[in-house]
Design a protein around this ligand. Structure first.
Ligand SMILES: Cc1ncc(COP(=O)(O)O)c(C=O)c1O
Length: 403
């Protein structure tokens, strides 16, 4: 009988056993249960802007629907959109990509997932700096790759250097994933370090996958100098894949809008893979994305200015909690306080236990550092109101001091 044959056979492929549910999503699910039960939570879990999507972007998508722009499009995105992607990047960062060197995807996460799928094979090593965004590790492992962790020092603001990367390179190194500004610690790779890293990778034929999700949320650049993208090092283009997201830059997380920029043959393979999975990203989202990329960029600077104020606000609030320390994040919209002083108190043995009890007893949502590869931190996402910061930090302080 079919059922007995099935029960003797393994049901799930090995690859699905190599990954875990994204811990940020798991935290969100747990928090949602408490909210549904009527608990008032101070939520620092979700990594998304608290602003609505700007009017002109919404209008463009609505107009597209009204004009019945609701059918399949070409897989990598309509040419007008790919033109807007490469022009925006060239204008802001001095890169030089052609239209067939970019693909639009249903969120940057998909561009990353597919890039790793087309490049990484069983046995390949991928260098990943710690702390890392949760999905990098699982996406590498899903492809069969081995993650080689690059440890960094909190006292040096988690600095990533070419020398440290070089020490980890072996004949099996296929790629290096960098995320600057980073999720969760907000550390930024400085321009000189970045250029040296690009040299190291390019000279050895190693692919640099550059996650630029937060590239516009960089608070430490000098006026006039602006944020830096490795995309400007056109001489190394052959070995670089730049990944971009509209999610955080334009408050479009739910739209699922991202892209990859890279050498033509890599983009052709990403397009081939996408043609066998999602096909094109949603047609009218593409029209919204054109409005975002080609339209006024005022919203980007407004968002950035407000995030910077919120960063300073939450850092000041955290200072009121004894023995909690926090590096100043140079970018993105997270703070990554070190809570090690409280691990070991009140029966708490790990950051995961601390975050779980903080949620259930203090009613504050955070993500434990284990999700990002460091066991002494929690991540707080700060695109929230100042009232939420005040009340959330007050609750956190009460909970920690009560341990
Ligand atoms: C570092 C990093 N890369 C990529 C993404 C995913 O972006 P998208 O919403 O475009 O898939 C996120 C989202 O949190 C992120 O933090």
């Amino acid at each position: 009988m079919a059922t007995s044959i099935l029960s003797e056979r393994k049901v799930f492929a090995d690859r699905i056993g190599r990954i875990e549910v994204s811990q940020t999503m798991a935290v969100a699910a747990e928090a949602a249960k408490l909210k549904a039960a009527g608990v008032s939570l101070m939520d620092f879990g979700a990594g998304e802007p608290h602003f609505p999507t700007p009017r002109h972007i919404k209008d463009a998508a609505i107009a597209a629907i009204e004009a019945n722009f609701t059918r399949y499009t070409v897989v990598p995105g309509i040419p007008e959109l790919r033109k807007a992607i490469v022009e925006r990047h060239a204008c802001d960062f001095g890169s030089d990509y052609a239209i067939d060197e970019t693909i639009f995807t249903s969120g940057e996460k998909l561009a990353l997932f597919n890039a790793v799928q087309v490049l990484v094979e069983h046995g390949d090593e991928v260098i990943l700096p710690v702390p890392y965004w949760v999905s990098f590790k699982d996406i590498i492992q899903y492809a069969g790759g081995t993650v080689v962790y690059l440890e960094t020092e909190e006292a040096e603001s988690f600095r990533i250097t070419a020398e440290a990367i070089e020490r980890l390179i072996t004949p099996k190194t296929k790629a290096i994933i960098l995320n600057s500004p980073s999720n969760p610690a907000g550390n930024v790779i400085d321009a000189a370090d970045l250029e040296r890293i690009v040299h190291v990778a390019h000279e050895r034929g190693i692919y640099l996958i550059l996650d630029e999700c937060y590239v516009y949320l960089n608070y430490e650049t000098q006026p006039g100098s602006g944020p830096v993208s490795a995309g400007k090092f056109a001489w190394a283009k052959e070995h670089m894949i730049v990944l971009g997201s509209l999610s955080k830059t334009y408050a479009m997380t739910g739209w699922r809008a991202g892209y990859a920029l890279g050498p033509k043959k890599v983009i052709a393979n990403l397009s081939k893979l996408q043609s066998q999975s999602t096909s094109n990203a949603t047609s009218f989202v593409q029209k919204g994305a054109i409005a975002a990329l080609a339209g006024s960029q005022e919203c980007v600077s407004e968002f950035r200015a407000e995030f910077k104020l919120l960063r300073d606000y939450i850092l000041a609030a955290l200072k009121t909690i004894p023995e909690v320390t926090c590096t100043v994040p140079a970018g993105a919209f997270y703070v990554y306080p070190n809570v090690s002083a409280y691990i070991g108190r009140g029966g708490i043995k790990s950051a995961t236990e601390l975050a779980t009890r903080l949620l259930h007893e203090g009613h504050v949502v955070s993500v434990p550092g284990e999700a990002f590869g460091t066991p002494h931190h929690i991540r707080l996402s700060y695109p929230v109101t100042r009232e939420t910061i005040d009340e959330g930090v007050r609750r956190m302080k009460g909970f920690l001091l009560g341990l």
